[in-house]
Design a binder for this molecule. Structure first.
Ligand SMILES: C[S@@+](CC[C@H](N)C(=O)[O-])C[C@H]1O[C@@H](n2cnc3c(N)ncnc32)[C@H](O)[C@@H]1O
Length: 157
């Protein structure tokens, strides 16, 4: 039986635009992107992960699930990677505040893109840093993760 998807992942998936391709940034073993494909939330996911063995493991999982035709794999630092021009869903989740802030600082605010950010670290610290950038969240959502509350920020420039 398939494991129940967490409230965190369900909320992230609910924010995606199904018309756009998706980038699962810092994908680890691809949990979020795989779930997005399995639930048909998007047609295509590019997994971007800095550690080569995690990208290889994600590829294997996708083969087992017969999802490879709907996926691309990039072993790269998200802060160095050049994203395509077309509007897309970008998910950067489960990472530290500094990485998300660096990502947003480098990213252009393009109409049509969807950017979903989640950190397991301190919410106030993240929001303080965010207030120094020109990114204004379109939505903010709290989710329970174990006995903690974590936050998801949704941007649709
Ligand atoms: C805790 S996992 C998050 C997994 C997944 N995004 C989630 O929310 O379930 C963090 C992942 O980010 C990757 N990572 C950290 N810095 C990165 C960077 N600069 N570029 C790409 N991946 C990075 C790590 O290797 C690790 O696999």
């Amino acid at each position: 039986m398939r494991k129940k998807t967490s409230a965190r992942v369900e909320r992230i998936l609910s924010l995606l635009d199904p018309k756009l391709r998706a980038f699962d940034l810092c994908s680890d073993l691809g949990l979020i992107g795989i779930e997005a494909l399995m639930q048909d939330k998007v047609k295509h996911v590019t997994f971007v992960e800095i550690k080569p063995h995690l990208i290889e493991e994600t590829k294997k999982r996708m083969t087992t699930l017969s999802l490879t035709e709907r996926a691309s794999f990039v072993q790269a630092d998200v802060l160095q990677y050049s994203f395509p021009e077309e509007a897309s869903n970008f998910i950067i989740a489960g990472v530290g505040t500094n990485l998300i802030i660096s990502f947003l600082s480098k990213a252009r605010q393009r109409p049509g893109d969807v950017i979903v950010c989640h950190t397991h670290q301190n919410i106030a610290r993240f929001e303080h840093k965010l207030s120094e950038l020109s990114w204004i969240p379109t939505g903010i959502f709290d989710v329970e993760v174990g006995n903690r509350v974590e936050r998801i920020w949704f941007f649709r420039p």
